[in-house]
Design a protein around this ligand. Structure first.
Ligand SMILES: [Zn+2]
Length: 275
């Protein structure tokens, strides 16, 4: 290989990936990250995952609850730092104490978790945490890592075979759905979440109430407790401490933040009894 050609090859190898990476806002204050899989593909993967979730799980047949969850979700989505996607919120009828976000803005809540919450602000705290995983691109980054760069490139270029890659990505996404995020991702989602819920008009005490309730439930046994918050898990106490510190730094809070107790109590009456 001539020196010239070698130089050209090296240049291409170094420069090409930079063109493929795009810079995206992934947090409050204009925080930026490099993302390989573009938003369109992320949404396609999330939509495919949502389709499978809704085939496997029972979507709660109560439009009043579905609208209520959606209203709270959209209130937080409006103030969050990611506006390039549509957010979708759905309640699943199941006693599991859980909630999760698929990439691209598809967020699900189980009635088992909603039943444990005492006011709208506690539900909003979970909601804002899940939205923050989407804003931080935590799910798609984790998927990108598992897929590997080669498959991710194929997704980006969308050439023949790309739909196979898309299906593989959806399958891997389903397997990763209940896997733990890294501690850094959790810390980030907790922090952004408290910030967003207050901007949306909720009292941040809802976040403390939510953490403490779920910690008291424990994560062991048959329960699949949200984000594996268990009283034995040392990280939980750390998360509560961090939340308290963050809230202390937000004083004075806006005067109109609410817990939304009356409305939530009314909505709790619509959730079927535990089986
Ligand atoms: Zn989380």
């Amino acid at each position: 290989m001539s020196n010239k050609r070698a130089l050209l090859t090296v240049t291409l190898l170094v420069v090409l990936p930079l063109f493929l990476l795009s810079c995206a806002t992934t947090g409050p204050g204009g925080k930026q990250s490099f993302i390989l899989i573009p938003t369109g593909q992320e949404v396609a993967i999330g939509a495919g995952m949502a389709e499978q979730v809704e085939q496997q799980e029972k979507v709660f047949a109560d439009t009043i609850w579905q609208n209520y969850l959606n209203n709270v979700g959209q209130k937080i989505a409006v103030v969050c730092d990611r506006k390039d996607i549509e957010y979708h919120f759905k309640v699943i009828e199941s006693d599991q104490i859980n909630a999760f976000a698929a990439p691209g803005g598809y967020i699900y809540f189980y009635t088992g978790l909603l039943r444990e919450m005492e006011n709208e602000a506690e539900m909003a705290a979970v909601m804002a945490h899940e939205i923050s995983h989407v804003v931080g691109r935590h799910g798609i980054k984790r998927l990108q890592t598992t897929l590997g760069v080669a498959a991710a490139y194929q997704l980006v270029f969308g050439e023949e075979g790309a739909s196979d890659v898309l299906n593989v990505a959806i399958g891997i996404g389903m397997n990763l759905m209940f896997a733990d995020y890294s501690r850094d991702n959790e810390r980030e989602a907790d922090e952004y979440g408290i910030h967003y819920m207050v901007q949306a008009g909720y009292h941040p005490d809802g976040a403390i109430g939510m953490f403490e309730k779920l910690a008291a439930l424990g994560g062991g046994g048959e329960h699949n407790v949200f984000e594996k918050l268990a009283s034995t898990h040392p990280a939980t106490q750390e998360r509560i401490r961090n939340a308290k510190t963050q809230i202390a730094g937000m004083q004075p809070l806006p005067a109109d933040v609410t817990l939304g107790e009356a409305k939530y109590r009314q909505m709790l009456g619509r959730i079927p009894a535990k089986k």
